[in-house]
Write a protein that binds this ligand. Structure first.
Ligand code: 6LW
Length: 528
């Protein structure tokens, strides 16, 4: 038996999808405008996870240029059949609905390389795949209802997919519109076949406070599907907003070698008021079956804080000890080295960055974080409520508009900067703290830097919803320049679907530049 603390993937890892191939479990989550996208994780026990790659990781594989924040890669579904991994997903451009759509990637090695996208001619979001025992393949997904009875009513559709041509064939079937009268956003659908019966699992209520999971079943894959009278089979919406975990929904099921069943799903952990800066995270929930229906978190009816995972979840059945799972060991504290898969940029490869020892050489680009582009930004998810990120860098700005340092990012319109900048009136340098809030930039504080080429240490110390911005010159202990209010940086305040990223930024704010920033190191240090 191994105990694992929930979430099993802390930080912005939403819309989890899982499958098992022999002794290995694989899991993928959505990543929106971040690149590389669609991280692929592997585990042998549902407790300890390691990232093995990204499904979208090369230039030219998918054009995400201009995609606004919280657009991009929505909920994926990962499945495996006859030696091939299939990943279906949606590219969403919220400003141009004629762009993007549902696509499928395939790979024989889940660590990659993955294929280029094959576009599927069905609209909507949250595509999923089901490989039936008769060899037929069924694509399903969710879309706004063609004939809605109320606002935001959606419908789950189903059509057969010819795997040879990747074309949809045969008639379309509408399977489900949600369990509850007035249900909105029936989404994240997944089909399974258990003991000969077809099951449809779907989220509803929307991916915020009212999120829930419902299930229906049928003797035919094309329906009709009958909802479980126990629906919603899991939600936290009736527990109120003061709960430690809220927004439970968007689940995917997997059967372990010992015949036990498990669900991965998303939820949020509010703190400092109803704000969840870590975003929608991946949680693990045990599932049993009663009267031909799945029971989520039996005996508890809520996402457990700690999950006891039996050894039979491993194909070899070998106990892994009682150590807590990934949440206690990952992400590792300390330097985030250039090869770490946690690094992500925006909308395309980080061609501006070159590994340099334990750090980076960053070219200063005209684009900045207010642009829906690929600015010189590299970051990692904030995965802990209380954490300090620190960088030591050398940068000689060519003028007051050249900035390089740390960023706390939610979106183009909502982010905080702590940067080294050229002084306004002399050739010296300064440290500048700026809060971009709903697109309006406010200077939170600034401090002149002494002359000299000693490195500058910048740090962001997140303590609850206080993001303390510190700076030090040379050997000085960094001291506070300003404090930013984190409650403005989560999706409750800023909208969208993302948690906070903490990272490096280098920009000339629209002007051409030949500047280069030497980042000696970047450290991620959770507070114990
Ligand atoms: C995703 C939908 C959802 O496509 O939010 O959690 C959307 N539910 O299923 C973006 O993550």
């Amino acid at each position: 038996m191994t105990a694992v603390s929930n979430p099993i993937l802390p930080g912005c890892y939403p819309d989890p999808t899982i499958c098992r191939v022999g002794a290995e479990y694989y899991l993928v989550t959505s990543t929106f405008e971040y690149f590389p996208g669609l991280p692929v994780f592997r585990s042998r026990d549902l407790v300890h996870w390691e990232q093995i790659g990204h499904a979208l990781d090369r230039a030219g594989q998918l054009d995400m240029r201009g995609i606004a924040s919280s657009g991009g890669l929505y909920a994926p579904t990962l499945r495996h059949h006859d030696g091939v991994f299939w990943l279906v997903c949606t590219l969403v451009d919220q400003r141009d609905s004629s762009r993007g759509g549902n696509f499928v990637l395939t790979a024989t090695d889940p660590a990659g390389p993955w294929s280029d996208p094959v576009w599927l001619d069905e609209d909507g979001i949250d595509p999923s795949l089901f490989f039936d025992d008769d060899g037929r393949v069924w694509l399903h997904g969710t879309r706004l209802a063609r004939e809605p009875e109320w606002h935001d009513q959606t419908e789950v559709w189903l059509r057969e997919l010819d795997p040879a041509t990747m074309r949809l064939t045969g008639p379309e079937h509408v399977l489900w519109r949600g369990a509850v009268l007035g249900a909105v956003w029936a989404e994240g659908p997944h089909l399974y076949r258990v003991d000969g019966t077809y099951y449809l699992l779907a989220a509803e209520g929307g991916t915020e406070f009212h999120h829930a999971i419902s299930v229906a079943r049928s003797e035919s894959v094309t329906g009709p599907y009958v909802g479980n009278r126990a629906n919603p089979v899991l939600t936290h919406r009736h527990l109120g907003r003061d709960m430690d975990v809220v927004g439970v929904g968007h689940a995917d099921l997997v059967e372990a070698p010992d015949g036990s069943w498990w669900a991965v799903l998303l939820a949020m952990r509010p703190y400092g008021g109803y704000h969840y800066n870590l975003g929608r995270e991946t949680f693990l929930v045990p599932v049993t079956w009663e009267d031909g229906w799945p029971v989520f978190a039996p005996g508890q009816g809520r996402v457990p804080a700690v999950v006891e995972v039996p050894d039979g979840v491993r194909a070899d059945g070998v106990a892994q000890g009682s150590g807590l799972g990934l949440g206690a060991e990952w992400p590792p504290a300390g330097p985030v080295l250039p090869g770490d898969l946690r690094w992500t940029g925006l909308r395309g490869p980080a061609d501006f960055a070159e590994p340099y020892g334990d750090g980076w050489l960053l070219r200063v680009l005209p684009q900045n974080l207010t642009d829906a582009a690929t600015p010189a930004f590299l970051g990692v998810r904030q995965q802990h409520q209380d954490v300090t990120v620190r960088t030591v860098l050398r940068f000689d700005p060519a003028g007051p508009d050249e900035h390089a340092g740390l960023a706390v990012r939610q979106s183009e319109r909502d982010h905080v900067l702590l940067v080294v900048a050229g002084a306004l009136d002399t050739g010296d340098r300064r440290v500048l703290a700026v809060h971009h809030r709903v697109g309006v930039a406010t200077v939170l504080g600034e401090r002149p830097l002494p002359a000299g080429d000693a490195p500058v240490t910048l740090a962001v110390q997140a303590r609850g919803q206080d993001y303390v911005l510190l700076a030090g010159f040379g050997e000085e202990v960094p001291t506070p320049v300003a404090t930013a209010d984190g409650r403005t940086l989560d999706s409750v305040s800023a909208g969208g679907f993302l948690g906070v990223w903490l990272g490096l930024v280098a920009t000339s704010n629209g002007a051409p530049s030949t500047g280069v920033v030497t980042v000696e190191r970047f450290e991620y240090q959770p507070s114990v």
